[in-house]
Design a protein around this ligand. Structure first.
Ligand SMILES: [Zn+2]
Length: 338
């Protein structure tokens, strides 16, 4: 079959790869309904994360179970499943505490920018739907697997409460999903920080009430202005740079939480600054598995449409263009027909 392999900075190709096989009795093989490119795929694509050898790309997925290992009991061939990009047993103490992305058996999904993929720890990772979803729901279910789950975690970690004011730093796909999540959690006001017209429009569609186009200290000043000098009750940091993290911390009111889900690159925090800022932080790889049943439900009931974040659709053979368009910010998120 054809699959996506990253060979080095800027060099991603759709090439012949081996079909996935059951390697452990807890594995499942799924036939993907669709796949997509993640913002985090751009780190190695841009050469900011070094890769030692060619890497099978793709960690967002949903589709039909093709085969399961002998110990798998909760999913069976023919079922439509959605899983998390973090593979977890869903039974260890960290999983039971709701942090499946720190599972003692954690693995990260790979090789999902392909027609078929192997999912380790299938029982703890996959959630099966009762029936086959209508085809128009596929993009939305695919989004649940990572981008929505991650934006949701940012809002959950930032403790967005009904009626509260949430600020979202970052207008990438995850930031936009953070806006959607804050809206679902009942935030009264959602301030999206973005200076791109198309992304601002989508943020407003997902529930943003205010747009701040300034960045850095000017952006912080604008948020203070919008909140009578107080700062936001909850801040979602969805970028991962030093500037965005400081923007998030300075935009939060004392006692607030910053949920940070952008993988930090070069973030430096000063202890004294943190002490006097009096803002809490919780972040990391999102425990999407905790949210999967609820998010799948919201999609199936058509209460949310996270798949609107896909503004480019390509066949898998055009994978290089998908990466390029996202790298150049011509596309928010590329969906792949596999
Ligand atoms: Zn676990």
């Amino acid at each position: 079959m054809k699959g996506t392999v990253l060979y080095g900075p800027g060099d991603v190709r759709c090439v012949d790869v081996r079909e996935p096989k059951i390697l452990k009795p807890t594995d499942a093989i799924i036939r993907l309904a669709a796949s997509c490119v993640c913002g985090s795929d751009l780190w190695p694509y841009r050469g900011l994360n070094q890769i030692k050898e060619p890497m099978a790309m793709g960690h967002e997925y949903c589709g039909i179970v093709e085969e399961v290992g002998s110990e798998v009991t909760t999913v069976k061939p023919g079922q439509f499943v959605v899983g998390s990009f973090c593979l977890s047993d869903n039974s260890c103490p960290h999983c039971q505490f709701g942090f499946q992305s720190s599972c003692v058996q954690r693995e990260f999904m790979s090789g999902a920018q392909a027609p078929m993929a192997r999912v380790a720890l299938a029982d703890g990772t996959l959630v099966a739907l009762a029936g086959k979803p209508s085809p128009d729901l596929i993009p939305h279910l695919l989004a649940v697997s990572d981008v929505l789950g991650t934006g949701w975690y940012a809002a959950d970690a930032a403790r967005v409460l009904p009626g509260s004011t949430a600020a979202v730093v970052g207008d990438g796909a995850v930031g936009l999903m953070g806006v959607l999540a804050a809206k679902q959690m009942g935030a009264g006001r959602i301030i999206a920080m973005s200076r791109h017209k198309k992304r601002q429009a989508l943020a407003l569609e997902f529930g943003a009430t205010d747009i701040v186009s300034e960045r850095g200290d000017a952006g912080v000043a604008r948020i203070k202005e919008l909140t009578s000098g107080i700062g936001a009750d909850a801040v979602l940091e969805c970028v991962g740079t030093d500037e965005s993290m400081h923007q998030a911390l300075k935009s939060a009111r004392p006692g607030a939480m910053v949920g940070f889900v952008g993988v930090p690159h070069g973030v430096q925090l000063d202890g004294e600054f943190m002490f006097y800022t009096q803002v809490g932080m919780l972040g990391g790889p999102a425990p999407v598995r905790r949210f999967l049943p609820h998010l799948i439900d919201l999609v199936l009931q058509r209460k949310i449409s996270p798949g609107k974040v896909f503004d480019l659709e390509l066949p898998l053979s055009d994978i290089a263009e998908g990466y390029k368009a996202m790298d150049e910010r011509r596309a928010i998120k590329a969906m792949l027909r596999v």
